[in-house]
Design a protein around this ligand. Structure first.
Ligand code: SAM
Length: 259
């Protein structure tokens, strides 16, 4: 694609150019015949073009108007590219999937990567798996376990609904312009909703948010007004523990405990 496009910082535009990482991402996405693949933020097509060559058909969601015509031209004669020109946070993945779970992928705009992850969780039943590139620091938080410094709301929310598999690290030099930080690629595989065991998603989100809102406090204090003594007891959770020590299953038990 033409290089006349000036990267827009406001849209998190750091374009991948190192072939070795592009190939590893395409391999990680690994679409099988008949699967539908949706890429978030195709940009100048670094991942789009090889995916399209490999798979023959692809849907992409791109917000930057200036990239739509070049993407259309790039796909000409290569494969069937469907371009959704919208803010990804406004895209209904469940409607897009139309009954057949999609594979989601993308080198995400880092400024809105967490909102995109939470948006995807809202549509987890419509998603087969996700392969995303994000800041390495965010991937570390996504996969962290209890008792570590980076274990937090993002870790618990993602691990409750998905298997989180960090794949590999990508250095700043692989992008133009180079970001200031390392990046990493992660695979997320949504769990079977029946097996997750969360009775009320909004309640679960509320408990996790409150618990980590004041992570230095005991759960008794951090969850004042959200969970009472009977709920701690029913969940088998010590009220003087701290959120950062609690495993994901314990958060689920707390949220499910009757008032
Ligand atoms: N996939 C390309 C690559 O790897 O070189 C570009 C990745 S760049 C980090 C992020 C892309 O997401 C850009 O193309 C940007 O325009 C797009 N983007 C930013 N905000 C968006 C939004 N809200 N909805 C859809 N796309 C967005």
């Amino acid at each position: 694609m033409s290089t006349s496009h000036q990267p827009k910082k406001s849209l998190g535009q750091n374009f991948l150019h190192e072939r070795v990482y592009i190939e590893r991402i395409v391999q990680a996405v690994g679409p099988q015949p008949g699967e539908r693949v949706v890429e978030i933020g195709p940009g100048q097509g670094a991942i789009t073009l090889p995916l399209l060559r490999h798979h023959g058909a692809l849907t992409v969601i791109e917000f930057d108007r200036d990239l739509i015509a070049p993407l259309t031209a790039m796909a000409d004669g290569v494969g069937e590219l469907t371009i959704v020109h919208r803010d990804v946070l406004q895209v209904d993945f469940t409607a897009l999937a139309a009954g057949t779970p999609i594979k989601l992928c993308g080198n995400l705009p880092y400024n809105i990567s967490s909102p995109i992850l939470f948006h995807a969780l809202d549509h987890a039943a419509a998603i087969r798996d996700m392969v995303f590139m994000l800041q390495k620091e965010v991937v570390d938080r996504m996969g962290a376990g209890p008792g570590t410094k980076v274990y937090g709301r993002l870790s618990v929310m993602l691990q409750a609904y998905c298997q989180v598999q960090p794949l590999f690290v990508v250095p700043p030099g692989a992008f133009r312009p180079a970001p200031k930080v390392d990046s990493a690629v992660v695979r997320l595989v949504p769990r079977d909703p029946a097996g997750v065991g969360i009775e009320d998603r909004a309640r679960f989100a509320e408990v996790v948010r409150a618990a980590f809102g004041q992570r230095r406090k005991t759960l008794r204090n951090a969850l004042a007004g959200v969970c009472g003594p009977a709920q701690f007891e029913a969940a088998g959770v010590a009220p003087d523990a701290r959120a950062e020590q609690l495993e994901v299953a314990a958060f689920i038990r707390l949220a499910n405990a009757p008032a």
